[in-house]
Design a protein around this ligand. Structure first.
Ligand code: NDP
Length: 339
């Protein structure tokens, strides 16, 4: 990573290069600018917590997608919790906390239009980036709206030790299902069973036949496969699906850094013969369902029916490394950078 030294005080992280394959620290540039001042109708924000998310990798490519790509030499952006430190906008007062899709800057101004206020003291501020934010909503709505699990069914979730996966598994248990997680370490396997109530968990990095491991963990077959990773892990699960299985395709992290098109098993015969439904979704398209979903997640959290964990990395300069670490599985639950 390149750090440009100037005497200004507001640190900013820019996209320096478009990654080829796995992103590198040199794809980011930490630079500085003057701390801006709030103009009329604006607020000045100080960044408190930054969410790093796998989907940001897609935005680093110069490719058309459901959101425009990041521009070279411009700041990256993601979910941020910030505090209002100066307000010239009647809707916000100094000290308020807000959440929004903001730039990777220590300080920035905003007209407040796309920000939501978050209540400090009700839940941990960082939880509005995870369990009560985008990843919690993704878990809840992806599972209930697309997975549609019925009591007694078997759910498999990949990427199970992460922000979305840990929540999917627990909701599956609250809905009366058997839940099996697939994750990348024995430590995460143990955590899923001890803290997050999963019935079974599989370490996909353990050498052996993953298809057979899924079969053993799911003696009744798989009714819902919540797919966070794609690739060979998903091939192994698909080989075990039941008739009328539902397959919410939430993410494909195992493929985000691939530079060529992967060839796997052809899926049509299994989807056809099992009358299965495979459906991708982008959480932003379900925005009208956010209020009841947030209410439900808040209730479960308050009643201690759902737990969450976060990996908190300290320091603005460590944002790029925290993002890279997602691809190494270094996080348990939501990866967040505290500024
Ligand atoms: P996580 O917290 O799960 O972090 C990513 C995890 O992915 C890592 O901890 C790692 O865990 C795992 N991983 C990394 N590389 C690989 C690989 N090659 N093969 C298998 N697993 C890998 O992230 P999120 O919970 O935020 O996101 C989970 C998925 O959901 C992502 O694919 C993301 O893009 C997607 N997503 C989609 C949304 C939508 O609207 N559809 C919204 C939010 C997220 P491990 O130790 O298990 O390898």
């Amino acid at each position: 990573m390149i750090i440009e030294k100037t005497c200004k005080v507001n640190k900013v992280i820019l996209l320096n290069k478009r990654p080829h394959g796995k992103p590198l620290l040199t794809d980011f540039l930490i630079t500085t600018e003057e701390v801006p001042s709030a103009k009329d109708n604006e607020i000045l924000l100080r960044t408190e917590y930054v969410s790093v998310d796998p989907y940001l990798r897609g935005r680093m490519n110069d490719a058309k997608s459901y959101v425009p790509p990041f521009e070279l030499n411009k700041p990256l952006k993601s979910g941020i919790i910030a505090q209002v430190i100066e307000s010239k906008n009647a809707d916000f007062k100094k000290g308020d906390f807000v959440s929004g899709n903001l730039a990777w800057k220590e300080y920035q101004t905003s007209d407040g239009k796309s920000l939501q206020k978050v209540a400090a003291g009700v839940a941990k501020l960082s939880s509005y980036l995870g369990i009560l934010g985008m990843t919690g909503l993704t878990a809840y709505l992806g599972l209930t709206e697309i997975g549609k699990p019925e009591k007694g069914e078997t759910i498999v979730v990949s990427g199970a030790g992460g922000a979305v996966g840990t929540v999917v598994g627990q909701i599956g248990k609250l809905l009366g299902c058997t839940v099996v997680g697939i994750t990348g370490s024995d430590e995460k396997v143990a955590l899923l069973k001890s803290k997050f109530n999963f019935d079974e968990a599989i370490n996909y990095k353990t050498p052996g036949d993953l298809k057979a491991a899924v079969k053993k963990a799911c003696p009744q077959g798989v009714d819902v496969y919540f797919d966070n990773v794609g690739g060979e892990i998903s091939d192994a699960v698909l080989a075990n699906i039941n008739k009328y299985a539902r397959l919410p395709v939430c993410g494909a992290i195992s493929l985000y850094n691939q530079t060529d098109v992967q060839l796997g098993p052809r899926l049509q015969p299994i989807i056809l013969t099992k009358s299965a439904t495979m459906r991708g979704f982008i959480i932003g398209d379900l925005v009208e369902k956010f209020p009841p979903a947030t209410k439900q997640l808040t209730y479960w959290l308050a009643e201690n029916k759902i737990a969450f964990t976060e990996t908190i990395v300290e320091g603005f300069d460590n944002l790029p490394q925290a993002f890279l670490d997602l691809f190494e599985g270094k996080n348990q639950g939501k990866m967040i950078v505290k500024i």
